[in-house]
Design a protein around this ligand. Structure first.
Ligand SMILES: [Cu+2]
Length: 178
C-alpha cells in the first residue's frame, strides 16, 4: 500500500498549502481541505469488503495491448467459514485464470488452479512469484497510474468489483515469466 504511485496532480495538491498563496485566507483554507481529501483517497478507496472477505490493495503491472497481465492482491477471511475465490473477469482481458507458480527443475512455471481457498481467520497473498490472477489477451494497454476493473467471484461472498492500480512494468516482486 505504501508503494502506490503518487500522480503529479496529487503531488501538486500536497505542495499547494506550503507555497505562499496570493489569494485570501478563505481560498487557502479551501486548498488545504481539498489536499486532505486527496491524500486520504488512495488508501481509503483501495480496500474492498465483500461479506467476510477483505480485499487489500489490488494491483497489476503496466502491460501493452495484446499482451498478458497479472493481478495481485491480499485476501483476508474474517468469518468463521472457509471461502473460495472461484474466478475473475475483466472487460479488457479475453480470459482470466487463477494461477500458481510451481518449481519445475530450475524454473518456476505457472499452473492454473481451480480456486483459491481462504480459510477462516487466514490471509492469502497473491503476489509476484506466487498465486496470481492471470489476465490473458489484453484488449487495451494497462498504463502506469491508471486503474483496471476486475470482478472477483467468491463462493460465499459473491461477486465483487475491484480496481487494479497499475504500477510500473517492473514493479517489485521478481519476474512473472510466461
Ligand atoms: Cu500466470
Amino acid at each position: 500500500m505504501s508503494r502506490l504511485p503518487v500522480p503529479a496532480a496529487l503531488r501538486a495538491a500536497h505542495a499547494a498549502p506550503a507555497t505562499p498563496a496570493p489569494a485570501g485566507p478563505t481560498v487557502r483554507r479551501r486548498a488545504l481541505v481539498v489536499a486532505a481529501v486527496l491524500c486520504a483517497l488512495p488508501a481509503a478507496a483501495h480496500d474492498y469488503t465483500a461479506g467476510d472477505i477483505a480485499i487489500g490493495h489490488p494491483w497489476t503491472r503496466a502491460a501493452g495491448a495484446n499482451g498478458n497481465g497479472a493481478g495481485f492482491l491480499r485476501l483476508r477471511n474474517a468469518g468463521t467459514q472457509p471461502d473460495r475465490l472461484l474466478s475473475a473477469a475483466s472487460p479488457i482481458a479475453r480470459s482470466v485464470e487463477l494461477h500458481s507458480m510451481v518449481r519445475d527443475g530450475d524454473v518456476m512455471r505457472m499452473r492454473p488452479v481451480q480456486n483459491i481457498v481462504i480459510a477462516p481467520g487466514q490471509t492469502v497473498e497473491l503476489r509476484p512469484g506466487g498465486l496470481h490472477i492471470m489476465m490473458i489477451g489484453l484488449s487495451a494497454a494497462m498504463n502506469q497510474g491508471s486503474r483496471v476493473p476486475l470482478t472477483l467471484r467468491f463462493e460465499r461472498a459473491g461477486d465483487v468489483q475491484v480496481e487494479l492500480v497499475v504500477e510500473a512494468a517492473g514493479a517489485r516482486g521478481g519476474a512473472h515469466d510466461h
